[in-house]
Design a protein. Structure first.
Length: 404
């Protein structure tokens, strides 16, 4: 048994301690990707009147009861009603109105026929089949009825919801603020991009990897550091980051070596440490804490460990912070195109790329799964989980996984 808690236990420990960010009212044209902070209920029926879905003719269905090819029914056209107009004459026995797509159904009419199915002149329309009452009429409220809940608080606004709000004449909505996520890289070996490469130093790739991951989630990244391996320096940046942001993601210095100072710095900054280390590989080394209700996610400096741990534990926590109701990873089953040929004494996560080319959900597993191999994270959009105590996983095996 691992001495560490499971990734789900760690994730839940932190998730249960945080609340969503504050809310603001945002105009309809800027709502894409924002998270609703209140339920939205239908205030008006859509459509608000019975209308025609086609260019055609509106009439009384009973007038066509005996219509057939040999004995068609010819109706007199009273008027033409384009979309945006209203009728002036009720439709009576033996009469019809020409209606165009979107036009309101005139009083008296209870059926519509497409013009292609008729023969017509400017004055008359001839119908060759009986039509049912209500046929080809979009009923009032067919799309949305007064009182319907359109969407619940916690939903991310997509094109469909934005359009739905607009159809209700809703010009703005109460949404959660976009969380600001501080990203702090630590390590005396780190160089800022653009600096001359000198022996022993490396470029700070984690900060830009996490910057992209945070942007991809729709949040605002705020970059700090890189900090040298000094408890005081890291602590000062944690304090600054947490005062300016809603959450902090740190990389480096979370293991147990002499220069792994992030947990001590979190402590010095006044953060409560919730857990250190989880039963997962890569990504075992980590330190998660909380300060003033704001999560602090301390990840390994090893890039593949950092990103695997981020997607598994930090990302759901950040989604909760953003107000999203659906924060947990979307679980799927995937068939490994190529297996993983080592034993897994502890829980192991494989990063990979979904392949839907044969109509089934398969996963390409990059051969290099090591925690220092950053290049094999390129294009990854799925993570599969090998349960602790598993033997080598053969090609074609099916595993549970989640989408990134
Ligand atoms: P640490 O977690 O501090 O023990 O670092 C583990 C490994 O990750 C070391 O080889 C570090 O040099 C490397 N590393 C730490 N931070 C970064 C970073 N920001 N970008 C790339 N590699 C890093
Ligand atoms: Mg280090």
């Amino acid at each position: 048994m691992s001495k560490f808690i499971s990734h789900t236990a760690g994730r839940d420990l932190l998730m249960n301690r945080i609340k969503p960010v504050l809310t603001e009212t945002v105009s309809i044209d800027s709502l894409c990707g924002r998270v609703l902070a209140q339920d939205v209920t239908t205030k008006v029926n859509v459509p608000s009147f019975d209308r025609s879905p086609y260019d055609g003719y509106a009439f009384r269905a009973e007038d066509t009861a005996d219509a057939c090819k040999e004995h068609p029914v010819t109706l007199r056209i009273l008027e033409e009603i384009p979309a945006g107009n209203v009728s002036h004459y009720p439709v009576t026995k033996g009469c019809a109105a020409k209606v165009l797509t979107g036009a309101p159904i005139p009083e008296g009419a209870d059926a519509v026929i497409k013009f292609e199915k008729t023969e017509f002149t400017a004055e008359t329309v001839t119908i060759f089949t009986p039509c049912k009452k209500g046929s080809n009429i979009v009923q009032t409220g067919e799309d949305m009825k007064i009182g319907d809940v359109l969407d619940k608080a916690g939903t991310r606004i997509d094109a469909g919801l934005a359009g739905t709000l607009a159809s209700q004449n809703i010009t703005s909505a109460l949404v959660y603020r976009i969380p600001r996520i501080g990203i702090l890289s630590t390590g005396t070996e780190l160089l800022e991009l653009g600096a001359e490469c000198v022996p022993g130093k490396i470029y700070d790739s984690n900060r830009y990897m996490l910057n992209a991951a945070v942007q991809n989630m729709g949040f605002i990244p705020v970059l700090y550091g890189p900090a040298v391996d000094s408890t005081e320096d890291i602590s000062a940046l944690i304090k600054k980051g947490i005062s300016e942001c809603d959450a902090l993601v740190i990389t480096g210095g979370v293991s147990v070596g002499d220069y792994d100072l992030t947990p001590a710095a979190m402590d010095m900054a006044g953060a409560e440490i919730l857990f250190r280390g989880v039963d997962m590989k890569p990504g075992m080394a980590c330190a998660y804490g909380i300060y003033d209700g704001k999560p602090i996610c301390g990840l390994s400096g090893n890039p593949a460990s950092a990103i695997t741990n981020f997607y598994t534990i930090a990302a759901p926590v950040l989604r909760k912070l953003s107000g999203q109701a659906d924060c947990l990873p979307k679980e799927i089953s995937v068939k490994l195109i190529n297996g993983f040929h080592k034993k897994s004494p502890g829980t192991r996560f494989l990063r990979g790329i979904l392949d839907l080319s044969d109509g089934t959900v398969r996963m390409i597993v990059p051969r290099e799964q090591g925690n220092v191999v950053l290049s094999s994270t390129i294009g990854c959009n799925v993570i599969a989980m090998i349960p602790a105590g598993s033997d080598a996983i053969p090609d074609g095996a099916e595993l549970k996984g989640f989408l990134i």
